[in-house]
Design a protein around this ligand. Structure first.
Ligand SMILES: CC(C)(COP(=O)(O)OP(=O)(O)OC[C@H]1O[C@@H](n2cnc3c(N)ncnc32)[C@H](O)[C@@H]1OP(=O)(O)O)[C@@H](O)C(=O)NCCC(=O)NCCSC(=O)C(=O)O
Length: 810
C-alpha cells in the first residue's frame, strides 16, 4: 500500500463561526479531509479577533484562526446574492458533511439551515452546533460558555473556602464540543457507508460542558449515593503549589499515590493516618495540609520536585502557560508544539500519531478569505452535479456493529474511548484483573468490608456502560495467551496504562499484527510512548496543570486551579477520533496499525490559544476569575434569595456582543448610567467592568434568581442560575433525553449522561447495556468466543487465571 491520507475521500463544508466548529473541521482537515470554509464577505470572526479578545493587526488574519483553519479552503459568499448562495449549495452537493452553527450571516440563510440542508441533500451529514440543541424549551436562547458552565454545575462546585466559585478559563467547553462533533461525524460517516443516508447530528455545547466540566459524572454519583452533593465548592488537595521558581501541580488519584505523596513531602505521620486517604477528610483539614505542602514546595525548585515525584510515581507536572510550555523538554523532544507553516508562531501538533503506512498530511497554511471561490465556481460549472445516491429508511445499522473491541483500561480517559464505540454498536470487552481491577471501582459507596463493595462504584457505572466484563490476570502466562487469542478475533485494542505495563507483558503491535494484521491498537499514555516524560504517570488534572488550562483558571490573586476532569473525556474523544481515522484506513486497505494518543497532546491542542497568542503577539493569558477577555460585563452576582451560607445563591451574567448589551440595558429599564455612549462598544464596557459589576450586583441583589433569569433571558441576555452539578432535572436535558436510566443488578437504578451529539436518523439510547460486574462475562468470552471446553474453563478458574469478583489474595 502506498502512503495515503486517511480521510482524503471526505469533503466537509464548514459554515460555522465559533471555536467549536473550527476545531471540529481542524481535526478533520488534520486527517486529510477536504474542508471548505464558506464565509460571508466579512470573513470568519476569528480572522479579526481571537476568542481571547486579541484584535489582529489590520489586514492580517488572527493567529488562532490561522491554526484552526490550517489546510482548509475558503469560499466567500454574500448571503444577499442568490448566485453566491447557489455556489455554496453546489459545493454542498459535492460534500459528505457540513458543520453548521447559527452565528454567521451566511449560516442564517434559510436554505442553509440544518433542516433545509437535510431535506435538500439527504445523503449529507449535517452537524449542527448550538448552545442547547436544535429543539427543546431552551433552544435558541442566549448563552455563552460562561453561562453554560453555570447552568451545568461546572462552576458551582469549584472553588476555595471563602471565595466565590470559579469558572474554567479558556472556553474549554467549546473545544470539547468540537471534539465530540468531529468524533460523531466520523461515526455517522461509517454508518452512511451502508445506506448513503445522511442525518442531522444535533450537538449541544451545553451537554458537552455538562459531561466534561462537572468533575466526573456527578449526576450518576449522587443519584446512586441517594443524597445531594455538599454545596461547598471544592478544590484539589494536594493541588497546585508555589515553588521556589514557579508552580507545581499534583494529583493523587489512588490511595497508593496519596501514600507516596506523603513520603514525597516527608510527612510520615500523614502516611500512618488512614483517614487522610479520603479526599473529604483532606478537605476538612485543608489549612493544616496546605500550610505544610506550601512550605515544602516553596523550599524547592519545580524541577527538583518533579524529579522526586517521578521517582515515587506520584502524578505531577509543572504548571505550564503560553510563555513556558514551548520550552518544556518533553514537548520539544516529542514535537508536540511546532512552528506554524506561516512561521513565527508556535502551535500544537496533531494530537495523535499513526504508526502505520497511512500518513497524516503536513500542517498547511490557512487560506486567504475567498482564496478558493473561483476554483470552486469553475469546478461546479464543469462537473455534473453528483446524485445523492440511494438512501434507505430509518433503522439502518449502527456505525460499529461489525467491530469487537478489547479494552485494557482504567479510570475515565481510556474507558470513555471504548464506551463511545459501544454506544454506537461495537461489542466491547473490558478486561480487568480480579486482583487489580479498574481503579474507578475503588471510588465505591460501600466500605471495603461490605460484600461486593467494588460493584457500588458510580463512576465505574457511568464510564463503562455497553461493555462485557472479562476477569483475566495478565500477570499469568496463560492469561496473556488467552488475551492474544481474543485479540486475534478482535478489531480494536485500547489501553491506558503507563507505557511500562504493556511493555512488561510484551504486547507489541509487531507481535499482535503477526496473527491479526487488521488490529487497530490504540495506546493512551499520559505523555507519550517515547520522550523524557514517557514513564511519568498522570491524570486529567496533571494534563490540565501541564498544558496551561489550570493557568487560566482561578482568581488573578490566587493560585491556578484545575478544571478537574475535562482532560479525560477530552483524551477519550480524541482517541475515539484517532481510532476512527485508523479505521478509515483499515476499511480501505484491511490494514490495522498502532495509534498513539498521549493525553497531554489533546490538552495542548485545546489550550492552543495560550501558546499561539504568546508567540504571535507577546500576550500571556492570565487568570481572570469569573471575568473573561471576550465578555464584559461578566461575573457571578448575589441574588435576593435566602442566604445559602456560602455567599449565594448566585446568577451568572455574560455579555459578549453589543446586541446583548443593548438587550441588557433594555431589560434593566434603560437606566441613565447604562446609556453612556462608550458602553455601547466592548472596549468601553471592559474598561468600566468594575462599575458595571457594582451596578449589576445592586440590581441582582433586589431580585430572586428566577426573576433575574426570566427578565434577562427573555430579553436575549446570556444568563444562568449557578446550579450544582448533581442536578439532572433541567427541562432541556429532559427534552433531549440526555440522561438515560440504567438498571444495575447490585446497585439498582442509576442515571448516566448520554452523548452531546444526538444522531437524529436512527435514534437509539446510547446506554443500552449497563456496566459489567467484575468478570461477569468470562463464560461467554472463554467458551463461546474462544471455543474452550467447560473443563478448560474450570481449570482456568481453579488456577486463578480468570476470576469473577475481587480476589486480592492472588
Ligand atoms: C492512571 C495512572 C496514573 C495510574 O497509575 P498506576 O495506578 O500506577 O497504574 P499503571 O498504569 O502504572 O499500572 C497498572 C497496574 O495494574 C496492573 N494490571 C492492570 N490490568 C491487569 C490485568 N488484567 N492483569 C494483571 N495486572 C493488571 C498492571 O500490571 C500494573 O501493575 P503494577 O505493574 O504492579 O503496577 C496510569 O495508569 C497512567 O498514567 N495512565 C496513562 C494516562 C491515563 O490514562 N491516566 C488516567 C486518566 S483517567 C483520570 O484522570 C481520572 O479518571 O481521573
Amino acid at each position: 500500500m502506498t502512503d495515503m491520507s486517511p480521510l482524503d475521500d471526505v469533503t466537509v463544508v464548514d459554515l460555522s463561526s465559533g471555536v467549536a466548529g473550527a476545531y471540529c473541521t481542524h481535526l478533520l482537515a488534520g486527517a486529510g479531509a477536504v474542508v471548505v470554509r464558506a464565509e460571508p464577505p466579512e470573513g470568519h470572526p476569528l480572522r479579526r479577533r481571537s476568542a481571547s479578545g486579541i484584535v489582529s493587526p489590520d489586514g492580517e488574519d488572527g493567529a488562532l484562526f490561522r491554526f484552526l483553519a490550517g489546510s482548509t479552503q475558503s469560499v466567500v459568499a454574500d448571503p444577499e446574492r442568490p448566485a453566491d448562495v447557489a455556489l455554496v449549495l453546489d459545493v454542498l452537493a459535492r460534500a459528505d458533511a457540513v458543520v453548521w452553527d447559527p452565528d454567521s450571516r451566511l449560516a442564517a440563510v434559510p436554505a442553509l439551515q440544518p433542516a433545509a440542508l437535510h431535506e435538500r441533500f439527504p445523503a449529507l451529514d449535517v452537524l449542527a452546533l448550538t448552545a442547547f440543541g436544535l429543539d427543546g424549551p431552551w433552544a435558541g436562547r442566549a448563552a455563552t460558555e460562561f453561562t453554560l458552565q453555570a447552568w451545568s454545575g461546572a462552576i458551582g462546585w469549584r472553588g476555595l473556602p471563602g471565595r466565590p466559585p470559579v469558572s474554567v478559563g479558556g472556553r474549554v467547553g467549546e473545544w470539547m464540543a468540537g471534539t465530540f462533533a468531529a468524533t460523531g461525524l466520523l461515526a455517522s460517516r461509517r454508518r452512511r457507508a451502508s445506506d448513503h443516508g445522511g442525518q442531522i447530528l444535533d450537538t449541544s455545547i451545553f451537554e458537552a460542558v455538562a459531561l466534561s466540566l462537572t468533575n466526573m459524572h456527578p449526576v450518576t454519583y449522587f443519584a446512586e449515593a441517594g443524597r445531594p452533593r455538599d454545596p461547598a465548592p471544592m478544590s484539589l488537595l494536594p493541588g497546585i503549589h508555589a515553588t521556589k521558581d514557579g508552580w507545581v501541580g499534583f494529583m493523587t488519584g489512588t490511595g497508593q499515590q496519596w501514600l507516596d505523596f506523603c513520603v514525597l513531602v516527608e510527612r510520615f505521620d500523614w502516611l500512618d493516618d488512614e483517614t487522610l486517604i479520603a479526599q473529604g477528610e483532606r478537605e476538612r483539614r485543608r489549612d493544616e495540609l496546605t500550610a505544610h505542602i506550601d512550605a515544602w514546595a516553596a523550599a524547592r525548585t519545580t524541577a527538583e520536585i518533579l524529579e522526586l515525584a517521578a521517582a515515587l510515581r506520584v502524578p505531577a507536572a509543572p504548571v505550564g502557560n503560553g510563555a513556558t510550555i514551548s520550552a518544556i523538554d518533553h514537548f520539544a523532544d516529542q514535537e508536540m508544539l511546532v512552528e506554524a507553516p506561516e512561521g513565527g508562531v508556535v502551535q500544537p501538533a496533531t494530537p495523535y500519531r499513526l504508526h502505520g503506512k497511512a500518513s497524516l498530511p503536513a500542517p498547511g497554511r490557512a487560506p486567504a478569505l475567498g482564496e478558493h471561490t473561483a476554483e470552486w465556481a469553475r469546478r461546479v460549472a464543469d462537473g455534473p452535479r453528483p446524485s445523492a445516491g440511494p438512501t434507505s429508511g430509518p433503522g439502518g445499522r449502527l456505525p460499529f456493529d461489525d467491530l469487537r473491541v478489547v479494552e485494557l483500561t482504567a479510570f475515565w480517559a481510556g474507558p470513555s474511548a471504548a464506551q463511545f464505540l459501544g454506544m454506537h454498536g461495537a461489542e466491547v470487552i473490558k478486561v480487568e484483573s480480579p486482583a487489580r481491577p479498574d481503579g474507578m471501582r475503588a471510588l465505591s459507596l460501600r466500605a471495603v468490608d461490605e460484600e461486593q463493595w467494588w460493584e457500588y462504584a458510580p463512576l465505574f457505572h457511568a464510564t463503562n456502560t455497553g461493555k462485557l466484563g472479562l476477569g483475566l490476570r495478565l500477570d499469568r502466562p496463560r492469561g496473556l495467551e488467552l488475551l492474544v487469542d481474543l485479540l486475534d478475533t478482535s478489531d480494536v485494542l485500547i489501553e491506558n496504562f503507563s507505557p511500562r505495563v504493556l511493555d512488561s507483558w510484551e504486547l507489541s503491535p509487531e507481535l499482535l499484527h503477526q496473527t491479526n494484521p487488521g488490529l487497530i491498537f490504540v495506546r493512551m499514555p499520559a505523555f507519550g510512548l517515547t520522550g523524557p516524560w514517557r514513564d511519568r504517570t498522570g491524570f486529567a488534572q496533571t494534563m490540565e496543570q501541564a498544558s496551561g488550562m489550570a493557568w487560566v483558571t482561578g482568581f488573578p490573586d490566587g493560585a491556578p486551579q484545575v478544571p478537574s476532569g475535562v482532560c479525560d473525556p477530552l483524551a477519550g474523544a480524541h482517541a475515539a477520533f484517532a481510532l476512527q481515522v485508523a479505521l478509515a484506513v483499515r476499511d480501505r486497505t484491511g490494514e490495522g496499525m498502532l495509534v498513539e494518543v498521549p493525553m497531554v497532546a489533546s490538552a495542548l491542542n485545546v489550550a492552543a490559544e495560550q501558546v499561539i497568542e504568546y508567540t504571535a503577539y507577546g500576550v500571556l493569558a492570565q487568570r481572570q476569575g469569573n471575568r473573561s477577555p471576550s465578555a464584559a460585563p461578566q461575573n457571578l452576582y448575589r441574588t435576593a434569595d435566602p442566604d445559602d451560607g456560602l455567599g449565594g445563591p448566585l446568577v451568572a451574567i455574560s455579555v459578549e456582543t453589543d446586541d446583548q448589551w443593548t438587550a441588557l440595558v433594555d431589560a434593566l429599564g434603560r437606566p441613565g448610567w447604562a446609556q453612556a455612549s462608550e458602553l455601547a462598544g466592548f472596549a468601553g464596557r471592559k474598561a468600566r467592568e468594575d462599575e458595571l459589576d457594582a451596578r449589576l450586583g445592586a440590581w441582582c441583589a433586589q431580585r430572586s434568581a428566577d426573576e433575574i433569569v426570566a427578565a434577562l433571558w427573555t430579553a436575549g441576555v446570556p444568563v444562568a442560575r449557578v446550579a450544582m452539578p448533581h442536578e439532572p432535572d433541567h427541562t432541556q436535558f429532559a427534552h433531549r433525553g440526555f440522561f438515560e436510566t440504567v438498571e444495575h443488578p447490585v446497585e439498582g437504578s442509576t442515571i448516566v449522561a448520554g452523548s452531546p451529539v444526538r444522531f437524529t436518523r436512527d435514534r437509539y439510547p446510547v446506554h443500552r447495556r449497563r456496566a459489567p460486574m467484575l468478570g461477569e462475562h468470562n463464560a461467554y468470552v472463554v467458551t463461546e468466543l474462544l471455543g474452550m471446553t467447560a473443563d478448560e474453563y474450570d481449570d482456568l478458574e481453579a488456577n486463578h487465571v480468570i476470576g469473577t469478583g475481587l480476589r486480592l489474595d492472588g
